[in-house]
Design a protein around this ligand. Structure first.
Ligand SMILES: NC(=O)c1ccc[n+]([C@@H]2O[C@H](COP(=O)([O-])OP(=O)(O)OC[C@H]3O[C@@H](n4cnc5c(N)ncnc54)[C@H](OP(=O)(O)O)[C@@H]3O)[C@@H](O)[C@H]2O)c1
Length: 279
């Protein structure tokens, strides 16, 4: 299979390239230096030249807080940009696997979000990512949209690495207890994306680490496994205010039998730590 990955300099994209290469696929990774996805002509030319069977689209504007101030730019990248990539893929007859987010939901639920639940983003980032989903659906009928959440992994800033750094520097850290979600290791998600790349099914797929926890519980798991001696204090989202509102309940599950299932989030933490420690 010939696979093209966008956002290949980012945390998830680099892992998709590595996983697909391990499968023996013909893989090319591109980032903004090769083609800015807001430039339909530029990305169209790169995709046409490479003529892939499938494009895994990981490039995005991912700064959730900064998106509140820069929604136009975030929309150009996450909305129209995603549509440009999907259209370029469609033109060469390629499938697109598009990565989206739990932040398309408002957090008002008492059970895991499934694919048929109605999205209602709380903030600019979620709105732009939802626009991207719509743009992908409109531009390429052969699409799989993989919504994921709370990503961590090698090669990009993420919550787990921040907490490991703070845990080494400080006697205590304060972590939010009232947001619940599905931590997802890029090592697990990339396998699921590669599986979706080769699958015939189209539409939405919820692909996040199995189980759920709060940011506080994630930090507990992380510090226990990494033997970090640092007190974890409880705080709330209201006390730890940030520019963008976050959904309180971001837990996701799939109602689709054919959706790839990821391992438990704790296994993702273990996988990440085994790499972090061996680095
Ligand atoms: N991180 C999370 O917790 C999380 C959760 C749910 C879903 N997701 C989704 O997962 C995907 C991958 O996220 P990630 O954490 O791997 O993001 P990332 O590390 O920020 O990688 C995104 C890559 O896209 C590139 N990019 C930005 N604008 C571009 C443009 N106009 N043209 C071409 N490339 C551009 C970025 O380059 P620069 O760095 O130079 O801007 C970066 O290399 C995204 O779709 C994201 O929305 C992430």
């Amino acid at each position: 299979l010939r696979l093209l990955t966008t956002g290949a300099a980012g945390m998830l994209g680099r892992r998709v390239v590595a996983v697909a290469q391990e499968r023996g696929w013909d893989v090319t990774g591109i980032d903004v230096d090769e083609a800015d996805i807001t430039d339909a002509t530029a990305i169209g030319a790169v995709v046409a030249n490479l003529d892939p069977d499938v494009v895994v689209h990981c490039a995005a504007y991912t700064n959730v807080d900064a998106a509140e101030e820069n929604e136009d730019l975030a929309l150009a990248i996450n909305g129209a940009g995603a549509g440009n990539v999907a259209a370029a893929a469609a033109k060469t007859g390629a499938r697109i696997v598009h990565v989206s987010t739990d932040y398309v939901f408002d957090g008002e639920n008492d059970k895991p979000w499934v694919e048929s639940d109605a999205p209602a983003p709380l903030g600019a980032y979620g709105r732009t990512k939802l626009a991207g989903e719509h743009a992908v659906v409109a531009a390429n009928p052969d699409h799989a949209i993989a919504r994921t959440a709370w990503l961590f992994g090698a090669g990009g800033p993420n919550f787990c690495d921040t907490m490991l750094r703070l845990g080494a520097e400080r006697d205590s850290v304060s972590v939010v207890t009232d947001q619940q979600g599905c931590p997802t290791w890029t090592g697990h998600l990339a396998l699921a994306l590669v599986e979706l790349a080769a699958a015939p099914e189209t539409g939405l797929f919820h692909t996040a680490g199995a189980g759920s926890c709060s940011w506080f519980e994630l930090t507990q798991e992380l510090f226990e496994r990494a033997n970090v001696d640092c007190e974890i204090k409880r705080t709330t989202a209201a006390e730890f205010a940030r520019a963008a509102p976050r959904p309180a309940w971001s837990v996701m599950a799939s109602e689709r039998r054919e959706a790839p299932r990821l391992p438990a989030w704790q296994e993702g933490v273990a996988g990440h730590l085994s790499e972090t420690i061996s680095r």
